[in-house]
Design a protein around this ligand. Structure first.
Ligand code: SF4
Length: 377
């Protein structure tokens, strides 16, 4: 293969750095965003991806529970929170959380992902009860719950420090924190799109507290709205610096913005081209993040298959009941799911090796009958 031809003069210096394992700087990041040579960017990201993970592509069997859509933050990019003419308000009781859990007891789910709006009237006890409810139904499931913005709210109602709040939640069953709650570090974007929500500094403080109490965490980057190339690069570099400091992040999920039903619905939807570029650049810039995800609900399964050759090594999960962003569905039909079989097919068709993982990226041993079912199906 003629590498110079694929990369051109422009990307060859970055190739040298990637080969030597030298950290890319902000200038490299901007160049990767600005070059029209997406194939070259993908080639470089794939080098890193295969060096770390070979042909493996991870997935998890998980369930999402969004406990409330009542929120007092009114972020302009959000279609989830209850509003006049939009989604009707709801808050699940701990008993309803149990019912949701029981609905999928026949599926060997290893992770429950719980997030919600910032409901100002929920007491501290509620969050503990939700965690207890989940563990009562599935004692061994991993609970990934509450973004940093929720942790700030919970700490406020608990009247405790972030660290003490996280310790109490951990004691009640919390195992890790999801990404989200920040979207992008830029102060300009914070002030324009989500001024009522925590800023990058507060988000980082929660991350540091999580690391101190021994909780792992995930990170995200919402792209495709009003952010500039410089702001995307700044976001990646600041996450990288934070990870240098804490070492507790497991994965980054670049999240493709869905403008439908938001205050930004005049903006075009990011394209597959944007999705692949952001995944590839995340892989190249975040040399201290073990995993880069292509979240199939945001990117579509089709783009996710290609993303497995553009830096992504994880496709997220089977995802029962995701309600934050949804597309092409009738009103009231928000449930999205890929069965394990579909997930495996999607990965195999892309030419990678499907590996079921738990929330800490340990491989989940497959029962022989499950393997047989997949082969025969
Ligand atoms: Fe509330 Fe989260 Fe939506 Fe912002 S993104 S309005 S904090 S639910």
């Amino acid at each position: 293969m003629n590498i110079e031809r694929i990369l051109g003069d422009e990307l060859m210096p970055i190739h040298e750095k990637v080969l030597a394992g030298v950290r890319l700087d902000e200038r490299d990041g901007r160049l990767l965003y600005c070059t029209p040579n997406l194939t070259g960017v993908g080639y470089l990201a794939n080098m890193v991806r295969e060096r770390v993970h070979g042909d493996k592509a991870y997935y998890v069997r998980n369930q999402h529970i969004n406990y409330t859509n009542i929120c007092n933050k009114f972020c302009k990019f959000c279609s989830f929170y209850a509003k006049k003419g939009g989604p009707a308000p709801y808050t699940l009781t701990p008993e309803q959380v149990k019912e949701r859990m029981r609905q999928y007891l026949h599926v060997p789910i290893t992770e429950v992902h719980i997030v919600g709006g910032i409901h100002p009237k929920l007491p501290f006890r509620y969050y503990l009860d939700v965690l207890h409810a989940v563990k009562e139904v599935r004692p061994n499931v991993h609970i990934k719950a509450f973004t940093a913005v929720e942790i700030v709210q919970i700490a406020e109602v608990a009247r405790m420090s972030y660290e003490d709040t996280l310790c109490a939640l951990k004691e009640a069953g919390l195992d890790s924190l999801p990404g989200g709650g920040l979207e992008i570090f830029s102060r300009r974007i914070h002030d324009e799109l989500f001024p009522r929500k925590i800023d990058g500094e507060e988000w980082s403080e929660v991350a540091r507290a999580a690391a101190r109490v021994g909780l792992t965490q995930y990170a995200t980057m919402l792209y495709g709205h009003i952010e500039t190339v410089e702001e995307r690069v700044e976001h990646l570099v600041r996450l990288r610096e934070l990870q240098d400091e804490t070492g507790h992040f497991l994965a980054l999920t670049p999240l493709s913005f869905h403008p439908e039903d938001t205050e930004l619905d005049h903006l075009p939807h990011p394209t597959g081209y944007d999705d692949l570029r952001n995944i590839a650049i995340a892989r190249l810039m975040l040399d201290n993040f073990p995993h880069i995800k292509s979240f199939w609900i945001m990117n579509t399964p089709a783009v996710t298959q290609v993303a497995l050759w553009y830096g992504a090594d994880d496709v997220d999960g089977t995802v029962h009941e995701y309600e934050i962003t949804y597309q092409d569905e009738a009103p009231g039909e928000r449930h999205q799911v890929l069965t394990r079989h579909q997930m495996i097919q999607m990965i195999r068709e892309a030419g990678r090796i499907p590996v079921e993982r738990d929330s800490h990226y340990n491989e989940v041993p497959q029962r022989p009958e499950e393997e047989r079912l997949v082969v025969l199906a």
